[in-house]
Design a protein around this ligand. Structure first.
Ligand code: EPU
Length: 422
């Protein structure tokens, strides 16, 4: 077991490069199942979740070559993939559910272990299931598995999502590209990662209209071809670097960053006092002085992303003034606040609201990351806390941030990875 030792008080200055988005690449890998033959995905981040996804694809009968240094995954998909995603992998990575849509449409069966806490019809997967049922799949749940079957080719259907769920949009989209006839997804998610998947599917021969809007219209085709596709850069990692630069009163150029994918968070940073400059190949974030507190409300894209909420709470914890943070997607995300309080942050939560009163200083302490973004938020807080903060639960950070520690070191941060003390 390893920990991070973070020494607070240093400005971050320099340049970082972005790799592809975790929340895109996993789905792109699943989408390769839609076409027999060899597909290649580039700009792949070197993170744990890609390893887990590669293992899942192998168990489905694919031959997977993962070049970690080259940022490339090559997947050879057989004519008849297997259709079972076992619990041991799904429990390590909830995103494994993304093989559901491709499998049910391509091999007409999918047995996917249910991620903990979810059940058919309950919050979590109901929209995925409803979409597939509308297309003619028979979906049940037994012994902890979601079992989807189709006796024939899926039929295009009109679906309305109650909420623009990223995962449900992807499941229905990937099922629809090989279905018979037209599928319409209304109130679809339109995150840049969804656009990325649409672009890959289009290159494979799919017919999709309305890409990037909240109505996707898909005309199913009989067969798709393998493809080579570059993953969209990770906007959440870019946003994390942007907050890190602002909090440490630094100056960081984020190479590969698309400022237009981060319009709302960057606008919030400007309100906090940062300056953002788009430059060829990326954007720069600079900050002089202590940030001003900024209110945020998380919402589906183009709203403020929930995946940057902990990082902004960390910034508000040292800002001038008080901020109200409203979390509309994942209430459990506020669990990280208790850890931040160990560093002296003044945060009160009530339901899906958190009131953050900025403090002039935080003081180092041992803290534990409970998920990827909580981990990032705690590291950022450690960068500005007085003393040495020890962050436990590093594996969470490794799931989503490629080369995080060397990149931080390259910007001048005081951070090292070390064996967990006894
Ligand atoms: N929901 C339902 N029913 C469904 C689907 C979703 O009730 O059928 C609810 C969920 O319970 C949740 C909300 O809708 O409260 C949002 O869920 P959504 O489906 O949009 O999210 P997701 O696909 O499960 C992805 C990312 C998350 C990111 C969210 C929102 C991946 C692998 N995960 O999750 O990323 O927070 O979209 O943008 O793409 C992370 O990277 O740290 C992370 C958690």
């Amino acid at each position: 077991m390893e920990v991070l030792r973070v020494t607070g008080g240093r400005r971050l200055v320099g340049e970082v490069s972005l790799a592809g988005a975790k929340n895109s690449v996993l789905k792109l890998m699943a989408a390769t199942l839609l076409a027999p033959g060899t597909s290649t995905i580039t700009n792949v981040p070197d993170i744990l979740d890609v390893e887990i996804m590669a293992e899942l694809m192998r168990r489905l009968g694919c031959d997977v070559h993962h070049d970690r240094d080259g940022g490339l995954v090559r997947i050879d998909v057989p004519e008849q993939p297997d259709h079972r995603a076992d619990y041991d992998l799904v429990r390590r990575m909830r995103a494994s559910i993304c093989v559901l849509g491709p499998l049910v449409t391509r091999v007409r069966a999918a047995d996917v272990a249910l991620p903990g806490g979810d059940n058919i019809g309950s919050r979590g997967l109901d929209m995925h299931v409803d979409g597939l049922r509308r297309m003619g799949a028979d979906v049940t749940s037994e012994h902890g598995y979601l079992l989807a079957q189709a006796s024939d080719r899926l039929q295009g259907a009109h679906t309305w999502l109650d909420f623009p769920s990223v995962g449900a949009t992807e499941t229905i989209l990937m099922a629809a590209v090989l279905a018979q006839g037209e599928t319409v997804i209304d109130n679809a998610a339109r995150e840049p990662e969804i656009v990325d998947i649409c672009q890959m599917l289009l290159a494979m021969g799919a017919c999709i209209e309305g890409v990037g809007t909240s109505t996707l219209t898909i005309e199913g085709v009989e067969r798709l071809d393998p493809v080579e596709h570059a993953t969209v850069p990770d906007r959440i990692v870019a946003g994390t670097w942007a907050v890190a630069a602002a909090m440490t009163q630094g100056d960081v150029f984020i190479r590969g960053g698309h400022a237009d994918h981060l319009a709302m968070p960057l606008e919030k940073l400007v309100t906090a006092g940062a300056s953002i400059d788009e430059e060829p190949g990326g954007f720069r974030v600079r900050m002089d002085g202590r940030p001003q507190a900024v209110d945020i409300v998380t919402l589906p894209y183009p709203g403020f992303p929930t995946d940057l909420q902990p990082q902004f709470i960390a910034m508000n914890a040292i800002a001038e003034g008080a901020a109200l943070v409203t979390e509309n997607l994942f209430e459990a995300r506020f669990r990280f606040v208790q850890e931040l309080a160990r560093l002296g942050a003044d945060v009160r939560t009530d339901g899906h609201h958190a009131l953050v009163r900025g403090r002039a200083r935080l003081s180092a302490a041992p803290v534990e990351a409970t998920d990827i973004r909580a981990g990032a938020g705690l590291v950022l807080a450690g960068l500005v806390a007085e003393g040495e903060t020890t962050v436990y639960g590093v594996s969470h950070i490794d799931r989503g941030y490629a080369g995080f520690i060397p990149k931080l070191q390259g910007l001048g941060a005081g951070i090292v990875r070390m064996d967990q003390p006894d």
